[in-house]
Design a protein around this ligand. Structure first.
Ligand code: NI
Length: 224
């Protein structure tokens, strides 16, 4: 389905112009109807959607916050460029860094940290808005690494978790939210709570590698 068809089909469902533009553009980006690198010109979009430029601008900002749109200097908004190779790169970095961060952090985690992590898992289970799951996932992971006492390592971890976030969104769009792997999250938390660093880091590595393989499969299915 191309953008014109998505617009025609979606129009009656939305209460505000911004919500309409944002939802249709998000769907077009996630399904690949608007591929990575596509310029999103405000005037053209306003004409296509038959709305003023204000809701278009606002919708693009919201999509930027979801890592689906980038604002490039002199070029304006473009669809975030994602690729199988870039995704694999981010996940390889995550698989290398995060178990190390967890191992350093684990002995210093407190009961309050475990409770916070558990609360985030419950929030994920109850969250109806798929676009918020990436952020909750990120906060869950970072809670477990937070006591590593290595600010540079944590900054790198955070950077690559955020970059992987955009892939997580495509992932959900393609595979559904059951692939959030909450059982793996629960297993990481249980092992960390028990103070078992070997088991916690083993499950974490599996969690990240499984996500990387799902993503690879997603890209393979998208190109045929
Ligand atoms: Ni996760």
């Amino acid at each position: 389905m191309d953008l014109t068809e998505l617009i025609a089909r979606g129009r009656p469902r939305f209460r505000t112009a911004t919500a309409f533009v944002e939802a249709i553009l998000r769907e077009a980006i996630l399904t690949g109807a608007l591929p990575g690198g596509t310029p999103l010109r405000q005037e053209e979009l306003a004409a296509s959607f038959a709305v003023s430029r204000m809701p278009v601008r606002e919708a693009l900002r919201q999509l930027e916050a979801q890592a689906l749109v980038d604002f490039a200097p002199h070029k304006g908004a473009v669809v975030t460029d994602i690729s199988a190779a870039d995704g694999a790169d981010h996940y390889a970095i995550r698989a290398a860094l995060e178990p190390a961060a967890l191992r350093l952090s684990l002995p210093h985690l407190t009961a309050a940290d475990f409770e916070r992590a558990e609360g985030l898992l419950a929030e994920m289970d109850a969250e109806p808005d798929q676009s918020r799951l990436g952020e909750l996932n990120r906060r869950f992971h970072l809670t477990l690494y937070a006591r590593a006492g290595r600010p540079r390592l944590l900054a790198l971890v955070e950077q690559h978790l955020a970059a992987a976030d955009r892939y997580l969104r495509f992932h959900f769009a393609a595979l559904g939210r059951d692939r959030m792997a909450q059982d793996e999250h629960a297993a990481i938390l249980a092992a960390a709570r028990a103070g078992d660093a070997d088991e916690a880091t083993r499950v974490l590595r599996t969690h990240i590698e499984t996500a990387a393989r799902d993503l690879e499969r997603f890209f393979a299915s998208r190109t045929d």
